[in-house]
Design a protein around this ligand. Structure first.
Ligand code: HSE
Length: 447
């Protein structure tokens, strides 16, 4: 095992207590663990000599059949995974950052050597989602994968909604309680969720989309006011990661054009109608809703992070490999025929990200305006002239006092019907140019 942090300790704990688990757990032997600091006190009762500060010593050890990478980060994790594969060893990893960016390179190396690389723990912690997408749902034409796949931000958003608290306040509390990292950027700016949706996209659609090109917006600029207004209008705000086909037509047999299958993949705070299956997912829990033809909607829900849940997924992957090795009498981590967990993860289609201006969706907009006759009419005209249909428009009290000589201000919240992004942007430009509109204060997508 490479790493003995939260997840690594969870894995070691399962492996050292096989009683009551699948009988194969008792056959697994933790041979070596690479750590950064040998002196650090550890609650686990580990055999002397198990720990080393040299990760290469783990990867190169001929007695090691399966390398479990739980260091996280891009390097040295990527190089160590490739080194393990080159040595003919199976790899289990929880590393979404490496798989999202270097999945093709790793899959190609694994295919060449005929070894397994399993990644169930990389998305959704303890929720089984990788194997279901690769195998159980393989016969479907996937229309959309949408999910809450970052527990930290879901915890923050749940508390903002329940308490009406400001983002910064809840983040500080989450850090104090250990739910958010000291450096929360990867979670709150959406990068972690973007890594995960990149991985799910490849499994669902059989093609890679470039991870850096996925439009990503976090929750760090979200105003408690929008969470409140959303609630009044019957929505909850969630950080959603979404991957969907563009257009509802089945793809032509040849997705062989240069662009291939066009996908809309993105991460952003989203207003979710209160009755939607994802709206009730709260706290650090994750949920992924898969919509496929012919299966319909299937939702996967559970603990998306933490030592126990993530270790549960890692150990399941180890057991899969161990089981296949046992069934095939395989040596040195090779597949030996039979079930092929790599097959469905292969790149079998060309995919590309659609131009954002050509996507359609509903929108929530909050405008700060003067509170005077005709303002709502002008805003309505701007939307109407751009071909944007308004579903609802509501005025809330603004901050101005309306004292003598001072025009009072208003906040106007608009929910649009589904519309082409290009039309919506066109309308917003016109609205921003109105003298009575002081600011487009917030703009969020709506399911
Ligand atoms: N930091 C992630 C989250 C867990 O908050 O969901 C690991 O992927």
């Amino acid at each position: 095992m490479l790493g003995l942090g939260t997840v690594g300790a969870g894995v070691a704990s399962i492996l050292s207590t096989p009683e009551g688990r699948h009988p194969l757990v008792a056959d697994l032997q933790l041979r070596r663990i690479a750590v950064r600091d040998l002196e650090r006190p550890r609650p686990l009762n580990l055999a002397p000599g198990l720990l080393t500060t040299c990760p290469e010593a783990v990867v190169d050890d001929p007695a090691v059949d399966i390398v479990v990478e739980v260091i996280g980060g891009l390097e040295p994790a990527r190089s160590l995974i490739l080194r393990a594969i080159a040595a003919g060893k199976a790899v289990v990893t929880a590393n979404k950052a490496v798989i999202a960016r270097h999945g093709d390179e790793i899959a190609a190396a694994a295919a060449e050597k005929g070894v397994y690389v399993l990644i169930e723990a990389a998305v959704g912690g303890g929720i089984p989602i990788i194997e279901p997408l690769k195998q159980s749902l393989g016969g479907n034409r996937i229309q959309r994968v949408s999910g809450i796949i970052n527990g930290t931000t879901n915890y923050i958003l749940s508390r903002m909604a329940a308490e009406g608290a400001a983002y910064g306040e809840v983040l500080a509390d989450a850090q104090r309680l250990g739910y958010a990292e000291a450096d929360p950027a990867a979670d709150v700016e959406g990068g972690d969720a973007a890594d995960k949706i990149a991985i799910l996209t490849r499994l669902a659609y059989g093609g890679t989309v470039p991870r850096p090109a996925i439009p990503t917006e976090g929750i760090h600029q979200l105003d408690a006011r929008d969470v409140d207004y959303a609630a009044r209008l019957g929505f909850v705000v969630k950080l959603l990661a979404v991957a969907q086909r563009v257009g509802s037509e089945p793809p032509k047999p040849a997705d062989t054009t240069a662009a291939g299958l066009q996908l809309d993949v993105r991460v952003h705070p989203t207003l979710v109608p209160r009755g939607h299956p994802l709206a009730g997912v709260n706290g650090v829990n994750n949920a992924i809703l898969v919509e496929g033809d012919p299966v319909g909607q299937v939702m996967f829900y559970g603990p998306g992070a933490g030592a126990g849940p993530t270790a549960s997924a890692v150990v399941a992957d180890i057991l899969n490999i161990a089981g296949i090795r046992q069934a095939t009498g395989g040596g040195s981590g090779t597949q030996g025929g039979g079930l092929d967990p790599l097959l469905a993860a292969g790149n079998w289609r060309q995919c590309s990200l659609v131009d954002g201006a050509l996507t359609t969706h509903r929108n929530y907009v909050r405008l700060r305006t003067s509170d005077q006759a005709g303002v709502i009419g002008q805003i309505g005209s701007c939307f109407g002239q751009a071909g944007v249909s308004i579903q609802s428009i509501v005025q809330y009290a603004g901050e101005g006092s309306g004292a003598a000589g001072e025009a009072s201000s208003a906040e106007i919240v608009v929910i649009t019907h589904e519309v082409l992004e290009a039309r919506f942007r066109h309308a917003l430009d016109a609205i921003e140019a109105l003298a009575e509109v002081h600011q487009v204060a917030a703009c969020l997508r709506t399911l």
